[in-house]
Ligand binder design. Structure first.
Ligand code: GTP
Ligand code: MG
Length: 344
């Protein structure tokens, strides 16, 4: 068993409810047959802990770490043994679900569609074409999470992983003023990590526990966007398995953070036309099914009439599919104004 840091344990009380986390298990370098060299290759490829390794594909591990496939299989089976995935009783599970909190989108209709807002302990993925409002929703959530609970927030802070260089401090300040919050303080409560490569993106996600331990008020992680760097780096089909494996690792790490720290993960994903697919959905999200299986809530955003936006809930564990209309303006996200009342 790896030893845990014993200092400041009070701030991580939620950890006690969640015995299934990898950090309580051995480091991958201590697995039989691994050692420092292979461990660093594995970590470089995104397999940060035994859970990530336990769920890995031997062929992919063999390729990315340049080791024989039998060795890869052996390592993975050791990781599975070490992980000994724990189960929660139904009652414990129910208790954990009771701690779920929600961040308002700013639009009541949109919140209702999501069952009350963007949930903690979950990944919410928003996909749609350019300009559909994915980043605008991210800005709004990063501000709204800082509101008091009675106003739709969590009195919390945010982490923002920016892969496209589109974070705009001025927009945050503007939205904060609209909500009556101190713009500089709101900005200061958002920690921005600019990722320059997919490996860097993986590293930034790995940094999150450290940030949360320093600032337990962090209740939201934004990843805007999830796939941009992967898309740029992995052109062609040859490296597809490798790419998907890395994405999978990031997603599972994010899900674990959401569970462990009872925080919300919001990620954006641009859609692209797929010239290789003649009969498929031309608005399929980049990354396809891998994200679909992990994200708990999937929202498809599109532009509607008169500058309005339409959000469709595509997939959720317990809510029906549905659609709502809202608007994005200078004031941020709000309910769609009725026809007659619109001033512009
Ligand atoms: P990509 O990142 O290109 O895929 O698009 P996106 O889905 O992230 O789009 P984004 O959230 O950046 O939406 C931008 C749109 O929000 C603009 O085209 C405007 O239509 C709308 N919008 C409305 N009011 C404002 C405003 O005051 N500021 C900004 N920045 N956008 C506004
Ligand atoms: Mg964007």
């Amino acid at each position: 068993m790896a030893k845990k840091d014993t200092e400041q344990n009070d701030s991580t009380e939620e950890v006690k409810n969640t015995p299934e986390f990898a950090d309580e298990y051995v480091d991958i370098k201590d697995l039989p047959g691994v050692g420092a060299t292979i461990a660093s290759k594995l970590k470089g490829a995104g397999y940060q802990d035994v859970i990530a390794l336990a769920t890995a594909n031997p062929m992919v591990v063999s390729e990315v770490c340049e080791i024989g496939e039998p060795t890869a299989r052996k390592i993975i089976s050791e990781a599975r043994e070490a992980a000994k995935m724990n189960f929660l009783s139904g009652l414990e599970f129910e208790d954990k679900r009771k701690q779920v909190q929600r961040i308002s989108t700013g639009s009541q209709a949109f919140d209702i569609l999501l069952g009350g807002g963007v949930e903690t302990q979950s990944i919410t993925e928003c996909y749609g074409e350019f300009g559909s409002g994915k980043s605008q929703l991210a800005f709004q959530l990063a501000v709204n999470v800082q509101l008091p609970k009675e106003k739709g927030g969590l009195d919390g802070h945010a982490i923002w992983i920016d892969t496209e260089g589109t974070f705009r401090p001025a927009r945050i300040e503007q939205l904060a003023s609209v909500k009556g919050l101190d713009p500089k303080e709101v900005l200061n409560n958002i920690k921005i990590g600019r990722a320059y490569s997919s490996d860097h993106q993986i590293l930034l996600v790995d940094k999150v526990p450290e940030l949360v331990n320093k600032d337990p008020k962090i209740k939201l992680i934004v990843v805007d966007s999830m796939m941009a760097l992967f898309r740029a780096e992995y052109v062609g089909r040859g490296t597809l398995a490798d790419r998907q494996q890395k994405i999978n690792v990031i997603l599972h790490n994010l899900q674990r953070l959401a569970d462990r720290y009872n925080l919300a993960v919001y990620m954006t994903n641009q859609v692209m036309a797929r010239p290789d697919m003649m009969f498929g959905d031309p608005t399929a999200p980049v990354g396809g099914h891998i994200i679909g299986h992990v994200a708990t809530y999937r929202i498809y955003l599109r532009k509607g009439k008169k500058g309005l936006r339409v959000a469709k809930l595509v997939d959720s564990p317990s809510l029906p599919e549905g659609e709502v209309t809202f608007q994005i303006g200078t004031d941020g996200i709000t309910d769609a104004e009725e026809e007659g009342k619109k001033s512009k």
